[in-house]
Ligand binder design. Structure first.
Ligand code: PA5
Length: 330
């Protein structure tokens, strides 16, 4: 898994060379990404990275498309690394029934078969990764698709720069005696709590999922400023759990100044209740670089935490058992 995590910059770079089919250029007001787990997160990351565009990017995790997904104004991106995830295929069927413009991203499976059969533009990414280890491919393919659909520009340059930047910080993020080692050590046998500004929620979602899947550990996340209006009051009970929690606040140079102030006051207010706290600021020039910096940090943290927990970061036995049980039932 460590090599897979380390391959993120190469994935982003290689993804710029993916073969992107023609995608209908339309007057899209929204992009709906349909996917689950490690495939869905690319949609959340795209929304947070491309936050200055005049269309919305939304990820649907589930079986049903929202009623507002309509032809002409919606581009539907169907993403499943394996190509066999039933919720994702259900969304794809609905998108086909509604006549939405669709693009598919997968390494194979039924999603690839259906796309070929129905003439859906298909982006094929390499197989052999765990889905969560293919974020560079999944995000990269999506960004390239949105550019082809006329919605984004400068994607290749941004991804190449991000890849180069990540390589330059690899040692400090994921090497021995790195920030990720330090955080994994603090999270070991504790409840990790990750707070992020709301415009970077994809980063917290990724930290949580990676800690769950790789380290087999629970993690709690929330966003600022919303948690200042409810959760801040709850960081007290159950005392046994809260006093064993380690809180990490993630922030960015563009974080709203009032959110930065809120982080400082929140820290003072919860200091007595939790075991410890850290504040980590993103690094990098572009927003893409800064978001991937924090994501990559969380990926490394989850790997080292898996080692502390003596868990195999590649194995996802309960996810696999659940999929098997459901597929046996048909
Ligand atoms: O990381 C994982 O393995 C899961 O979160 C999967 O991504 C999720 O179950 C969906 O599968 P897929 O990505 O193949 O559609």
């Amino acid at each position: 898994m460590l090599d897979i995590i380390r391959s993120l910059p190469e994935q982003l770079k290689e993804a710029t060379r993916l073969e992107i089919p023609d995608i209908p250029v339309g007057n899209y007001r929204r992009v709906i990404v349909g996917g689950m787990g490690g495939s869905a997160i690319g949609g959340d990351v795209a929304r947070d990275v491309f936050n200055d565009v005049d269309f919305s990017i939304e990820t649907i995790r589930g079986y049903d498309l929202p009623a507002y997904a309509k032809p002409n104004d919606t581009l539907f991106v169907s993403v499943s690394y394996s190509g066999n995830t039933e919720e994702t295929l259900s969304l794809l069927n609905q998108a086909l029934e509604r006549g939405l413009s669709i693009v598919a991203i997968t390494s194979g499976g039924k999603l690839a078969d259906i796309s070929r059969e129905k003439g859906i533009p298909l982006i094929t990414i390499p197989s052999g990764y765990p889905p969560r280890g293919a974020l560079g491919w999944l995000f990269g393919a999506m960004a390239m698709a949105l550019e082809k659909a006329g919605l984004l520009e400068g994607v290749v340059d941004a991804m190449e720069r991000t890849a180069g930047f990540l390589k330059s910080v690899e040692g400090e993020l994921g090497g021995k005696e790195s920030l990720s080692m330090d955080l994994a050590n603090k999270f070991y046998r504790r409840l990790p709590i990750v707070y992020v500004p709301a415009d970077m929620v994809s980063v917290a979602l990724r930290w949580q999922a990676q800690i769950n899947e790789n380290a087999k550990q629970l993690a709690h996340i929330n966003v600022l400023p919303e948690m200042n209006h409810n959760e801040i009051n709850g960081i007290k009970h159950p005392v046994d759990v809260v006093e064993r929690s380690w809180v990490v606040f993630l922030k960015d140079r563009d974080t709203h100044p009032r959110i930065l102030r809120r982080i400082e006051i929140t820290r003072q207010l919860i200091e007595e209740s939790v075991m410890g706290m850290d504040v980590v600021e993103s690094m990098g020039e572009s927003r893409m670089e800064r978001i991937f910096y924090l994501i990559w940090l969380g990926d490394f943290v989850s790997f080292y935490l898996a080692l502390y927990n003596q868990e195999d970061p590649m194995a996802i036995p309960r996810i696999s058992s659940l999929k098997d049980a459901l597929s046996r039932e048909g």
